[in-house]
Design a protein. Structure first.
Length: 326
């Protein structure tokens, strides 16, 4: 990038909570001085935040004094994006060649620069990753490649080593799915019953029924919330996104949301156990450690495509044993 192409018309704002972050200041300065690396790896815990940042960078690179017209980065003719496609949410070699690499090789249209964004780059299969690596080793002139991922160590080390890495913290979400707070309250009440006096047989039966009630409600909450978020996100997508990419984005929303909900289950479990630990109850500390381990195991199985209801059922049934063991 040339320092002569200072930004004059960028309209995409940095996420408010990160506007004063050191990484943002470094990127802004590098763009203004024309010293921004040709390849950036944006990592963090929140894909939505990483996408916002990628578009903010693209806006500042593409909309400059030398641009012939302003375009929002998501629909800019010199900004090319590649996303996972299909239910397996993979980035395959053919779309990598046709939808990204071939396009950044040609001359720009309204800007002196081009930007290629690979969303969730950890979803590249091995062939696609190797195809991309060749372009990364010999990037086209006046081109910036931006990769986003929450799992940087799933990338080929040779890709990571050729990118300037920026990590961004997640922003606490303001959105809470309908019925979720009530679910967490019922979950903590269930833990309290398990950790109380030795239950009678009828109480044990009720505890098992509660497990399946919590599992069923979790599924309904996740399905409703995913649909609600997807309807809003769909309005922001570029018009040329095909059906496979839309399926992948919707699946990604569901996966991200369920991960967040499982994190909040972990937080609720800790909030329940900590008072007992502070009161020097060693059994509570042991139970918490084992419960968190089982929860992390369930999350790991979900990453391997285990159904979230099955993973949650497995965790709750394990909790039934953990918290009632005397």
């Amino acid at each position: 990038m040339s320092a002569d192409s200072a930004v004059i018309t960028a309209k995409t704002q940095w996420p408010v909570a990160l506007a004063n972050a050191p990484s943002i200041a470094v990127i802004e300065q590098a763009i203004q001085s024309g010293r921004l690396s040709h390849s950036l790896l944006l990592t963090g815990d929140d894909l939505d935040i990483l996408t916002e940042i990628a578009f903010c960078i693209a806006d500042r690179i593409l909309n400059t004094h030398t641009s012939t017209a302003y375009f929002p980065p998501a629909s800019h003719p010199d900004c090319y994006a590649l996303r996972p496609a299909g239910k397996m949410r993979q980035i395959r070699a053919e779309p990598m060649r046709d939808s990204l690499i071939a396009k950044v090789q040609v001359s720009s249209t309204v800007s002196m620069h081009k930007v290629g964004i690979v969303h969730e780059c950890d979803r590249m299969n091995l062939v696609a990753a190797n195809v991309f690596l060749k372009t990364l080793e010999e990037p086209p002139a006046n081109t910036t490649l931006i990769l986003t991922t929450t799992r940087p160590y799933s990338l080929l080390p040779t890709i990571r080593s050729r990118c300037l890495n920026f990590r961004f913290p997640g922003i606490p979400p303001s959105y809470s799915p309908a019925g979720w707070n009530a679910w967490l309250a019922d979950y903590k009440a269930w833990l309290a019953r398990l950790a109380g006096p030795m239950p009678e047989k009828r109480d044990a039966t009720d505890s098992i029924f509660t497990v399946y009630g919590l599992v069923s409600r979790f599924g309904m909450i996740l399905e409703f919330a995913t649909g609600e978020i997807w309807q809003k996100e769909k309005q922001k997508l570029p018009p040329d996104i095909d059906e496979e990419e839309q399926v992948a984005i919707e699946t990604g929303i569901a996966n991200g949301l369920r991960t967040r909900l499982f994190i909040e289950i972990e937080q609720a479990t800790r909030a329940f156990a900590v008072p007992a630990i502070v009161a020097e109850n060693p059994k509570a500390g042991h139970a918490l450690t084992e419960a968190i381990a089982r929860l992390e195991h369930a999350v790991g199985l979900m990453r391997l495509n285990l159904n979230e209801s099955t993973a949650l059922e497995n965790f709750l049934l394990s909790s039934l044993r953990i918290w009632t063991t005397r």
